[in-house]
Each structure stands twice: as structure tokens, then as C-alpha cells.
Design a protein around this ligand. Sequence first.
Ligand SMILES: [Fe+2]
Length: 237
Amino acid sequence: MSPSINRQWRLAQRPVGDVKPGDLVLQESPKPVPGKGQILVRNLYLSLDPTNRIWMSDMDQYMPPVEIGDVMRGGTLGVVEHSNADGFAPGDIVILPYCRYVVDPVQLEIREGHITRIDGGLDAKLMRDWLEDGRQNERDRDPFAVSHLGWGMNPQAPWYWMALHGDDPERNRAAARVFPGNFLFSTGPNTQGGGKRSTRGHYDVPMRDCTVELDGRTIIDRGRFTDPRLVVAREQR
Ligand SMILES: [Fe+2]
């Protein structure tokens, strides 16, 4: 079957006893195009558990039952094929290879863990050309790989430090990565995390005002910690 087809098992009727042919129908539709802020995932594995049978019944249970006509629910493992992540906004900081504030929006298209397109103005051009120059040959995509991610908690490192004190790399490279609530987006090497990508094409961007979820729980809401245990008191110096 064509990979451009989205195949779905839909619940046609509630089974009585064992699941029988006709209880589920296979429906095909065109592969959806992800909208703004959405990602497209290609499922590799679909789990089939005893609870699937419970979800097919209209009975009191721990989750809402699958409605007649709806896609049969199941846990999956998949790969992101297409991402419409927003990219960078003015005020985010490019700390590697430059020490500069992002001054115009940068739109990134990410497919299968790699940036495939960078749109915008000067900041997009700086990013594109630096990562292009980090390639070792025409097939090398390592500089464009999404790499290490993280967030900061250090209240002694305000994001406006570089505007106050200048762009000296030795002074900024650590501070700009740790200010509270930032989310670090990076591309390129992953050797410090035990990976094998050692490319010199490397981009580190602490991003401001992000919302971060872990296991479905928001830990940073638009740049602010939602859990007070993550907030470190600032010392006045
Ligand atoms: Fe980095």
C-alpha cells in the first residue's frame, strides 16, 4: 500500500462476546498534512492489549469507551515524519556559534530528527550557512540533526545579561544556557550524551517563554516553572 495512505481500524459495532469480523472496519484516507504546531507521526508498532476489548464496550471503565465509528485506540511507537515546530523568536539567544540575540523569527522544518528547511531573515541565513559549512561532504546531515535539549534553573543568570554586559563568549556561554525557564534547543554533536555524532556544525539556542511538558505534565508554562520545587531563590549581590 502507498505510504501516502492513512489506514485506520474503526469500531463499526460493539462486539458481543469475542470480537468478530465486521466489528471493526478498515478505512483508508489520505495521509493528513500537519497544521501549525502539529507533528505527523508514522506508527511502527501498535500494542494490542486485553484492555482493547474493554474499550470496545459501553460499560463503566477507567477511560471513555471508543465510540461507534471512531478509530480504535491503542498505544503506539512511532517516528516523527514531519514537524511544524515554530522555530526561534526574537529575544532567544544563539550562544553557539555566535553570541547574539535572535532579532527576527526563524522557521524550522524538521523531518525524522533533522532540520530540512530554515526560513526567515538574517538569523535564518546565519544558521543555514554555519550548519552548511559544518558538513564534511554532500551526504553529511549531522550538523542539522536535533541534538541535546535541556532547561535552566539558575536565577543568577538573567536572560538580558548579554544586553547589559556585552557578548564576550567566556562570560555568556554558560550563563545564557542556565537562566530560569529557558529551553535549550541544539543541533549537531551528541557525543557528550554517549552518541557517535561529532560534527563541528553545532547550534545552541536557549529559547525564552517556552512551555515544556514531561509525561503530559506541564513543568514550565511560558517560561515560568509551575512546580515551586524547581524555583531557586535569587541571591542579591
Ligand atoms: Fe551544545
